[in-house]
Design a protein around this ligand. Structure first.
Ligand code: HAM
Length: 440
């Protein structure tokens, strides 16, 4: 048998136990905030039919042209690992007729996305997004509200030094004159553009504006701006979004060159950029996509939303994040076979009563067990030897104060639950304490 190590796939990361606390913190803060903003969670599959993304995101976007993980499954169906979530959320919304239920028009989902990009700091092939969508509201208030939710979330996590960049991409009514001017401009500078841009100029000129090649960026600085072509409705809508953001004290920078990398956007587009992230500096981005639901065969409902890149967000938490202490832990030190057997039962009782507890499964000296308790940062140790067992008692020692007390075995769990802080989450409908085995 071959003995070489099997390693993970490039661009696909493990999230190790040391890091998981940050992920859990981010997820719990986002759930709390989004639920206050009236968003409901939806969980959607990771694998979808390829045509969903080709149609949803746009055939001539970078994502669809060169970044998707697409393959034929065993039934020869072309399937794709989702590169983003908006198209899937829209699909699910239509498929389950959620528009008929007025309460579920604001949805969020958290999970992995897949793009075959060149991995570098902040850019991975599997990455995670918090994805937020609001359907059916045309009023500019909702644009401001989703941006406000995003900013609130970053503030709650003490992420500083971020900037909201804002643009309007107009609508199918005001785009044609802009497109024409852009095409004329691009034809004039064609010889200066990279090969991708030369091709895109003919297939999807707006996508040229998204080119990251530096000499193209210089040339494109002189390109016409969508903002100058907005029709009255789009201009008023965009102005109102800005006014609401100002009312909410969200500062933003107008960025007429920002076009976003997906074709579905109309009107408001935004990105949140972080100064400390280096080249991959967008921590989140989104916008309005009023035509997508209809184009996917659903009702003609507008939509607006955003996604936050969790890896990038977690890189920003760095200093702001104080590793929470592991909380309380009770270590059960047992001496002798009988005590270990009784201790093992006690260990499970502690856990069933929400007391985090550990013991040494191997026989060891008291000294060795106490050393282990120390390494595990136990806050309390329960010592149970043959002599204590004979007396029906155990010694409870606080690792902080070093105070020891003798406690009857059947009162230990109660004493510990009184000493340790109540765990923050209690499942609804469950009693705070389960019955002890010897009470049954
Ligand atoms: P997006 O701008 O493609 O938008 O991605 C949103 C965020 O995901 C980015 O700002 C970035 O933080 C993160 N991200 C994207 N690609 C990578 C990568 N390869 N590695 C690490 N992080 C990455 C969307 O996906 C839209 N669906 C957002 C949206 C929702 N618009 C409306 N609703």
């Amino acid at each position: 048998m071959a003995t070489t190590n099997i390693t993970g796939i490039k661009g696909f990361n493990d999230i190790l136990p040391d890091e998981v606390g940050k992920w859990q913190l981010v997820e719990s803060v986002v759930r709390r905030i989004l639920s206050a903003f009236g968003f409901h969670e939806i969980r959607i599959p990771i694998l979808e039919k390829t045509e969903l993304f080709a149609r949803g995101i746009g055939e001539t976007t970078d994502i669809v042209e060169k970044e998707m993980y697409t393959f034929e499954d065993r039934n020869r169906q072309l399937v794709t690992l989702r590169p983003e979530a908006t198209a899937s959320v829209v699909r699910a919304f239509i498929e389950h007729g959620l528009h008929l239920r007025p309460t579920v028009r604001k949805l969020y989902t958290i999970g992995p996305m897949f793009r075959h990009e060149r991995p570098q700091k902040g850019r991975y092939r599997q990455f995670h997004q918090i994805n937020v969508e609001a359907f059916g509201i045309e009023a500019p208030m909702i644009d401001a509200e989703v941006i406000y939710a995003l900013v609130t979330f970053l503030e709650e996590l003490h992420v500083a030094d971020v900037e909201v960049h804002l643009n309007s991409l107009g609508c199918p009514r005001c785009r044609p004159p802009f497109r024409q001017r852009l095409e004329e401009f691009l034809a004039g500078v064609d010889h200066l553009l990279c090969d991708d841009c030369k091709r895109r100029r003919l297939t999807n000129p707006l996508r040229v504006m998204d080119c990251k090649v530096s000499h193209c960026r210089e040339v494109l600085a002189g390109a016409p701006r969508m903002l100058d072509f907005l029709g009255d409705d789009c201009r008023e809508h965009f102005q109102a979004v800005q006014d609401h953001l100002t009312d909410l004290q969200v500062s933003f920078t107008l960025d007429p060159s920002m076009v976003r990398g997906l074709d579905y956007y109309t009107r408001t587009a935004f990105e949140v950029l972080a100064r400390h992230l280096g080249a991959q500096n967008a921590v989140g981005g989104g916008g309005r996509y009023d035509g997508l639901m209809k184009a996917m065969g659903g009702p003609d409902l507008p939509g607006v939303g955003f996604a936050i890149g969790m890896e990038r967000l977690i890189m920003l938490l760095g200093e702001a994040f104080h590793r929470p202490s592991y909380g309380s832990l009770c270590f059960l030190a047992c001496l002798g076979a009988e005590a270990r057997r009784r201790g093992f039962r006690l260990l499970q009782e502690m856990r069933r009563n929400q007391v985090p507890a550990e013991m040494d499964y191997e026989e060891g000296s008291l000294k060795a067990q106490l050393r282990k308790a120390d390494r595990m940062e136990a806050t309390h140790v329960v010592i149970l030897g043959e002599e204590e067992l004979a007396r029906g008692k155990a010694i409870l020692r606080s690792m902080e104060t070093k105070v020891q007390e003798d406690i009857p075995l059947d009162a230990i769990v109660e004493r510990l639950t009184a000493l340790l802080p109540t765990p923050p989450t209690q499942e609804p409908g469950r009693p705070a304490k389960t019955k002890l085995l010897w009470e049954i």
